[in-house]
Design a protein around this ligand. Structure first.
Ligand code: UDP
Ligand code: MG
Length: 345
């Protein structure tokens, strides 16, 4: 706790009295939707009794997103933003937003209005009942391709089987986190290959969910192409060691089977006249085993790559610019930052 105070230069009392609710919105090339989501979020939040702030995290957009955020921040004191130096990815953007927000509760929501802002009061109500985590569970996903729905459904269930942990299925990053959870994320969770949903469910505490139907994207296109989806899925899965154990068991089973096959062949050779015609069976067996070996090697490579990422210990993200963010803590360089969010010259 002391570390946060030192880095941000604000006292605990100040934090507590300042803001009740922070809403973190990661944005990447969202110029088509940004103003509309600002409008809908502000409408919902200003109708609530809690004092709020909107924390946008611009994940290195190349369109007008950054300019729109600058404009919003000068117009509306409740709007703050963090601008990354390049695209660091959705999970890094969420992390930065949670790191820098001050509310007693923090809601994470996508910018594209697929998760309706109107649900935030319901989440806050659950939080007031005493839950530390309130996640949104999708009962339906509108306007998404069959491919996305199927891969998502399979992925959530596969992950749940891999993790010895109760990871809720069909729940995205739309959720409310109590300050306590955010503090643990900032102070004690430093892993680079991060899958926030897995981390949060690993933490435990009192968690609950609200059900909702996922809307269509308001405008623009998905910022999660297949490549990013696969990377996120690999990060999530390699956070657990189960696949490595599966590799061991597959190895043992295949060796066992081969040994049986050997015994059968010795028997045939000694006691019968049957001989197996060669080529095809040889090639099939050889290809099969080489395939399995390469898959296992690749799997180990994925883990090693992640070990290297962790060992290098680089920052999770770099902040190039901020708006209305004076005296907030960032994970990347703490005290180095001047009030205007730029690095010292
Ligand atoms: N996003 C981001 N960085 C990225 C990709 C996406 O900050 O590299 C943001 C994006 O602006 C949006 C949210 O993450 O607010 C979810 O992205 P998107 O809606 O494109 O994903 P989908 O809903 O299609 O899975
Ligand atoms: Mg979306």
């Amino acid at each position: 706790m002391a570390r946060i105070q030192d880095r941000s230069g604000r006292s605990e009392a100040e934090t507590a009295s300042d803001i009740d609710l922070s809403v973190v919105v990661p944005v990447y090339n969202e110029q088509e939707v940004l103003l509309e989501s600002y409008r809908r979020l502000s409408k919902v939040l200003s109708g609530m009794e809690e004092r709020y702030e909107l924390v946008f995290v611009d994940d290195g957009s190349r369109d007008a997103t950054r300019a729109i955020l600058r404009e919003l921040a000068t117009r509306d004191p409740n709007v703050r933003f963090i601008g990354f130096s390049r695209n660091f990815g959705h999970q890094a953007a969420i992390t930065a937003g949670v790191d820098a927000s001050a509310g007693k509760a923090v809601v994470i929501i996508d910018a594209d209005l697929q998760d309706p802002p109107e649900l935030i009061p319901r989440m806050v109500a659950k939080w007031k009942e005493g839950y530390e985590v309130v996640y949104g569970k999708r009962t339906k996903r509108k306007g998404e391709t069959a491919f996305k729905k199927i891969t998502a459904a399979v992925f959530y269930r596969f992950l749940r089987a891999m993790a010895n942990q109760d990871i809720p299925v069909d729940a995205g990053d739309f959720r409310l986190l109590d300050r306590r959870i955010c503090r643990i994320l900032l102070e004690n969770v430093n892993e680079r290959c991060r899958y926030m949903r897995g981390l949060v469910s690993w933490m435990g505490f009192r968690q609950t969910f609200i059900e909702y139907e996922r809307e269509e994207r308001f405008a623009g296109v998905t910022k999660y192409p297949l490549k990013k989806m696969v990377r996120l899925a690999m990060d999530a899965i390699t956070a657990f060691t189960m696949p490595l154990k599966i590799a061991t068991w597959v190895g043992f089973s295949l060796s066992g089977l081969s040994f049986l096959y050997l015994l059968v062949n010795i028997y045939l050779k000694l006691f019968t006249n049957i001989t197996w015609p060669g080529w095809t069976s040889l090639i099939v067996v050889s290809l099969f085993f080489n395939g399995v070996i390469l898959i296992m090697l690749g799997l180990m490579g994925e883990y090693i790559a992640r070990i290297i990422e962790e060992v290098k210990g680089r920052p999770l993200y770099l902040v190039a610019e901020t708006g209305n963010m004076e005296e907030r803590a960032f994970r990347d360089n703490g005290d180095l930052r001047r009030g205007d969010g730029r690095y010292p010259a």
